[in-house]
Design a protein around this ligand. Structure first.
Ligand code: PMP
Length: 363
């Protein structure tokens, strides 16, 4: 059969939300605030400088970028982070695929708890790793006894735990991470995917704080969300240096282009300004959750830049109705629920008006 695709991949659709040209795009958890003119100018300068040496391969070990990322992550842990603990790739999707390439593979198991990020089973499939999904509780939290029992029964070499979880927004308490790291043991790694970590509510600590106590813990982050850099494609992790070293075996040489490294470094110089926008988005998130609840909708507690709300007997009709009003949200998660990313105050006002019209309620 042509093309001679692996049998288990035949007939599969590539992953991805519809990319539709509508006025209010609240479907892929992007940051609605683009970089400031000062940040754009800094990136343009950095890329111009990088362009003068594009005939040379980039720094394969991206030392300057690892150092800047380590400095940034050190904000979230009293124990500090050194560059040898940091690894990066083209988006945290690539970071996690590399983790599966290094620690998964035939005869090994990767595990998570549904509903969760739909790319996880794809990393497993692509690396020929067996995939096991436990269930989250009704309120989307983890039942720790059941989670520990599943880990002990399946002996996974990779556990993927987003905190906050996508699409539910649910954060994981540090006690849960510690307990599951113990359950996984040294035959596996536990990846806390903090793609939305910067949006967590006050009082929720990052799993970065636990790194000195658990050699098998990996904390993954991205510049796609808090750093408003979805187009940049830069994800990274912090872990024991031995884990970073192991990933170097499977990474492609020079996987981070000079342009990517220069752009990420320039964006990191604008951390304060970008995190200021994160604070605005957290406030808008809390306002959105409160409004949806006041309208009588169910809303999952959210520590992210989106929230899951419902439930609708025909969620597709609500999704389509919102789209007809120029507002694109995501039809994802358990049956009946929809997910809305947090946009600017104007975008959220458009969302509220559209939802009120679609569901026939008064604003
Ligand atoms: N993890 C989670 C939980 C996500 O929702 C996403 C993106 N939607 C990613 C990882 C990947 O993000 P990126 O590759 O842009 O870093």
């Amino acid at each position: 059969m042509f093309p001679p695709l692996r049998e288990e991949l035949r007939g599969l659709e590539p992953y991805g939300a519809p990319q539709l040209d509508v006025p209010v795009q609240l479907n892929v958890n992007e940051n609605p605030y683009g970089p400031s003119p000062a940040c754009v100018a800094d990136i343009a300068d950095a890329v111009a400088t990088a362009a003068t040496t594009l005939n040379r391969y980039p720094d394969r070990e991206f030392v300057a970028l690892r150092t800047a990322l380590a400095d940034y992550l050190a904000r979230d842990t009293p124990h500090g982070i050194v560059p040898e603990q940091v690894w990066a790739a083209n988006g945290s999707n690539e970071v996690m695929l590399q983790l599966l390439q290094a620690f998964g593979g035939p005869g090994r198991t990767a595990l998570s708890f549904a509903p969760t990020y739909s790319m996880y089973p794809e990393y497993a499939r692509d690396t020929m790793t067996r995939w096991v999904a436990g269930r989250r509780a009704e309120d989307f939290t983890l039942d720790l006894d059941a989670a520990r029992a599943l880990v002990e029964a399946e002996r996974p070499s990779v556990v993927l735990l987003p905190s906050p979880n996508n699409p539910t927004g649910t954060a994981l308490p540090p006690e849960a991470v510690a307990l599951l790291c113990e359950a996984v043991g040294e035959d596996g790694v536990l990846v806390v995917d903090e793609a939305y970590g910067e949006f967590r509510r006050t009082g929720t600590p990052s799993a970065l704080e636990l790194l000195p106590h658990h050699r098998n813990l990996v904390v993954s982050r991205t510049m796609s969300k808090a750093f408003a850099g979805a187009g940049l494609r830069l994800g990274y992790l912090a872990a024991d240096p031995a884990i970073c070293d192991a990933i170097r075996v499977v990474r492609l040489p020079y996987h981070l282009s000079s342009v990517t490294q220069a752009t990420a470094l320039a964006a990191l110089r604008h951390t304060e300004e970008l995190l200021g926008q994160v604070d605005r988005l957290r406030e808008e998130r809390d306002r959105t959750v409160a409004w949806l609840r006041a309208q009588g909708h169910q809303v999952a507690d959210s520590d992210a830049n989106f929230c899951l709300f419902g439930t609708f007997p025909d969620r597709h009709a609500v999704w389509q109705g919102l789209l007809d009003h120029g507002v694109l949200v995501r039809e994802v998660g358990p049956e009946g629920w929809l997910r809305v990313s947090i946009g600017t105050p104007d975008e959220m006002a458009a969302f509220r008006t559209a939802l009120t019209q679609v569901t026939g309620q008064t604003p």
